[in-house]
Ligand binder design. Structure first.
Ligand SMILES: *Cc1c(COP(=O)(O)O)cnc(C)c1O
Length: 361
């Protein structure tokens, strides 16, 4: 069997070109006689890899000079603690709860100070983004926290919340590099890369310099201080070197596709194919309110659990894998990240049409 169409929410599909290049360089990276996995993180080869990776993501996202780019470990989940430990100077932060990842971050922050849930969409199984234009932002809040794209529920903030002047912190794990962003609107943008950028094991943190200080909560471990990693240019200890190398290749691949504006156009085109079908057909339906739909994660159901299971099983046989929805939503979820080709979505929709014809009672 060749490669499948992998609709996994993460770890997820990577560009085939990137995988092929990595395979070619596996035994001998550019005449070094070794793979990137085997080389010193202090070598000149690796220095070039991490410096180029940083420059390429800076170019792609147009990251201003007063922001640092950190390549860290511990996944997105470690940031749930690092953010309050480093940023809660007043001991207060406001959280917008739009799904499980935001909720986990909120619960973790409660260990370190007063975390307020200022808005939530839990009342309707997180199927929408709450109105965030006039929230009761705490005067002492050190930051306002969002999960910008909700991987499990398939919603996305189309407008950023009005933080009333407070620093915005965003988990962008599942929409990283999917469209252009105005970095200056955020204090911190971070994401685990295994959704849209690279292999698990790397989390990228883009943080405004004035937020990187020694004034952190008492007891914050050295490894969990942004300053440690910023001062050492992400080489305080051995970084996730191979993962960073693959991320670097993905950055170059995105540049070759035309950058983030081109990615957005492509992602909108892909998502439209699937959403248009969901809106028109009689068997499947999307679970998210239209205006808050994610371009990356598309949950849908038939309304009949047995039929959902049958669809997932038959889709798998036909080469469309990892379509089972998250256990808390049920049904199906198609994650259509940057590296999912348009034909993958077109073929999935053709398959869904056929399934509809065969199963509609
Ligand atoms: C997957 C995911 C996480 C958790 O990532 P880990 O790297 O496994 O800790 C957090 N936030 C979002 C939005 C995610 O999609």
């Amino acid at each position: 069997m060749g490669r499948v169409y992998n609709f996994s929410a993460g770890p997820a599909v990577l560009p085939e070109e990137v995988l092929k290049e990595a395979a070619e360089e596996m035994l001998d990276y550019k005449g070094s006689g070794m793979s990137v996995m085997e080389m010193s993180h202090r070598s000149k080869e690796f220095a070039a890899i991490i410096e180029e990776a940083e420059q390429d993501i800076r170019d792609l996202m147009q990251i201003p000079d007063n922001y640092k780019v950190l390549f860290l470990q511990g996944g997105a989940s470690q940031q749930f603690a690092m953010i309050p430990m480093n940023l809660m100077k007043n001991g207060v932060a406001d959280y917008i709860i739009t799904g499980q990842w935001a909720k986990k971050a909120y619960q973790e922050a409660q260990k370190f100070g007063k975390a307020n849930a200022v808005a939530s969409s839990a009342d309707k199984t997180f199927s929408y983004i709450p109105d965030c234009s006039d929230l009761p932002i705490d005067e002492d809040a050190d930051y306002v926290y969002i999960c910008e794209n909700n991987t499990i529920y398939g919603t996305k903030f189309k407008t950023l919340p009005n933080t009333k002047g407070k620093t915005l912190v965003a988990d962008v794990s599942s929409c990283f590099l999917s469209e252009p962003v105005d970095v200056t609107k955020y204090g911190v943008i971070y994401g685990g890369v295994q959704k849209n950028v690279g292999p698990a094991g790397v989390v990228i943190v883009i943080i405004r310099e004035d937020l990187i200080t020694e004034d952190v909560l008492p007891g914050t471990p050295t490894m969990l201080q942004y300053k440690t990693h910023a001062d050492a240019k992400s080489l305080y200890n051995t970084p996730p070197a191979y993962g960073i190398y693959i991320c670097g290749k993905v950055f170059k691949w995105i540049k070759k596709q035309g950058g983030l504006a081109a990615m957005k156009e492509r992602n909108e085109k892909k998502a439209k194919i699937l959403y248009d079908f969901l809106d028109q057909n009689k068997l499947f339906k999307g679970t998210v309110v239209k205006e808050d739909r994610s371009l990356m994660n598309v949950p849908f159901v038939t309304g009949d659990e047995e039929l959902d299971a049958k669809f997932v099983a038959e889709a798998k046989k036909a080469g469309f894998v990892n379509l089972k929805g998250h256990r808390t939503v049920g049904g199906m979820r198609a994650s259509i990240y940057n590296a999912m080709p348009i034909e993958g979505v077109e073929k999935l929709v053709a398959f869904m049409k056929q399934f509809e014809a065969e199963n509609l009672k």
